[in-house]
Design a protein around this ligand. Sequence first.
Ligand SMILES: [Cu+2]
Length: 767
Amino acid sequence: MRCCSLVVLVASLVLHAGTLPASAQIADVSPLCADRPGATGASPFDLAAAEPVRSGARSARPASDLNCIDLWSTTRGGDAVGVVELRRPWSPFGVTVTPEGRHRHELIAWIDRLPEPSDLGPYTAYVAWATPLSLDPVVRLGAVENGRNELGEVAFNKYLIWVTAEASGDATERSGPLIVRGRSPSARMEAHDLMALAPSAEEGMSMIPPDKDGEAWPMPPSYEGVPMLPGVMRSRPRVEPLRPLPSSLEAADIPAALPRQMITLPDGGTLDLTAGFLRKTVAGRDLVMMGFNGQIPGPLLHVPEASTIFVNFANETSLPTAVHWHGLRLENRYDGVPGVTQDPVPPGGSFRYQLRFPDPGIYWYHPHHREDVAQELGLAGNMLVEPLDSTYYNEVDREEILMLDDLLLGPADVVPYGDESANYMLMGRFGNIFLTNGETEYGLDVEAGEVVRFHLTNVSNTRTFNLSFRSTDQPESAPLTIKAVASDVGRFERESMVESVVLAPAERYVVEVLFPEPGSWALTNQVQGINHRQGLFLEETTVLGRVAASGTGEPATAHGDAAETATEGTLHAPHAPVPDFTSLRTHDAVVAEIDRYRHRFDAPPDLELLLTLEVDSLPMAIEQSMNLDWVYFNPVEWTGTMPVMNWATSGAEVEWILRDPRSGAQNMEIDWSFRVGDVVKIRITNDRAAFHAMQHPLHIHGQRFLVLEQNGVPNENLVWKDTVLLPTGSTTDILLELSNPGRWMVHCHIAEHLESGMKFVFDVEGS
Ligand SMILES: [Cu+2]
């Protein structure tokens, strides 16, 4: 739809830059920011160059505007100009944030044409500073000069960069005149002009009938503290509501949910697994949900590495379904993707799966047919694949398998889903109730000094978590240090210490935590949402559970779900003293395995993908409001601050797209084919110019891959993955190993994006 104007505008920008004399360009600016006006030497007074897409031609906005800060001169600075790259410091995760969820950036500034400081007055040096828009505090970044300057790390939400002339390069407080300055990309967000929007909001109403069936759609929960525009408030989804329930005959026999059971299976073992309805009380509502074997989460399958098991699956729900075994490099016909590897299992039907587990680690299983409905209603379980090598992990005192989720509840029941297609199609369906292992409050008792290994899986439809352990006595103190050990398909090359864990839908991380002293720690999700209407960041802090560390030396007492403690008790290691928690292992076997591929890392990409979306016939109030949001997108949309707008969108208006830019094919038109043994480098660009750009956790079935670099910055500590978080406006290179023959799906793991069609299938022929 917007492709043609994109091409024309990009071309005109390139021509514009190309007409500048080469001598005016700043040398050696990173490729990420090379197209910025400061870098190309454009006049600082050429506002068209500074904001090239202000006049409705938004498709031309390059990703650099989310990752670079333009520096402009004040009158005193003359021709001085510059650009600052916001480079992500390395972390084990797809984005690097503080425990509060603020994005961390290393700032690298290229500055040119600064005059001699002494020409301006009694000054000898220039100093750079960063300050939030409140102007307090003003943080010294360091002395700067013409050329490249490393300014250290900044993690403010919205901020300004100043360069001032100072009497000394060592100045610790700013006192001299401002010479060049810039503002963070996020600082472009301003409060929406409600007066400008109001007429279009009313006008938009004629585009959407209030409701085809009277009041079939109850209004969804709002986001506390963020009111919506009146026009948006009157929008309704164009699809009918869907709330899967058992037939009235069956309803009386629906059992109450059971706690999760751990089922240990030997090589060759068989599991009977039934998806069905159950009753569960969540946050005071008595709900009919779904579960595997009557449990939420589903049974925890505990199997040895390199084993094969059989699963007799039966569908006793009212929806066609199938079970996908996420992350397993198994035989293709058991991958559980309806329409690709099998027919959907109808209500009352069954299917026998054969699973093999070539890789140790934590995996999970869930439906791959309307997963926006069935997975959210409770159909998800974990598989813990026990390594054959007893030294694979560190010695710890106990292991916990945590499934992180959220659920969207109205006053009495689950908010209905879309029938003909999913709704919440723009951002995905954020829940308003957090569930950890199916419960609103997770509890764990340990003894002070114990180390716990947590196997974390995010099974939510769209929410990305930022998890930390904070002292409940001193919530302002630094959170506990977390050791990142492994991710989706194995261990990192090297263990590393972090303060919080970023977990996108379908990703897994294995981490270890030392509870150093008696006390209580809150498992906390802390993120920065955006109040788009006011152009403000909004901190959201949610306590998901508590870990109590006793100092008495007595055995830990049961807490929380007693049955679960009993069934998973065999995972508790003996209380031997644990080796020094602060030591970090390098996993030589992982390094050696990846060494086979390193010669490919710097090769040009073999294939490319562009992640974008097309919208059609959106209600005008929503479209107008989103036009204003487009000025800035957070690398991650952490929470659902625009629930009504999001709720009113469905497949009728929104299509999320995976596009092969070389062929123009998109979604199921893409027909890549490979042979077993192929290794391909794929460059994935998350289109900043998309009408509503956001992150996508991209999942590749049946294979494994390495994340080589993001925005041109190499990944310095690799791990095999099956799902990668692609931040808004970023470019990510992955190296995909084709080890497993068959027809395999690639898709966004935001359940609603998948439902809108954001998927394709590639073929791998046997060698
Ligand atoms: Cu997506």
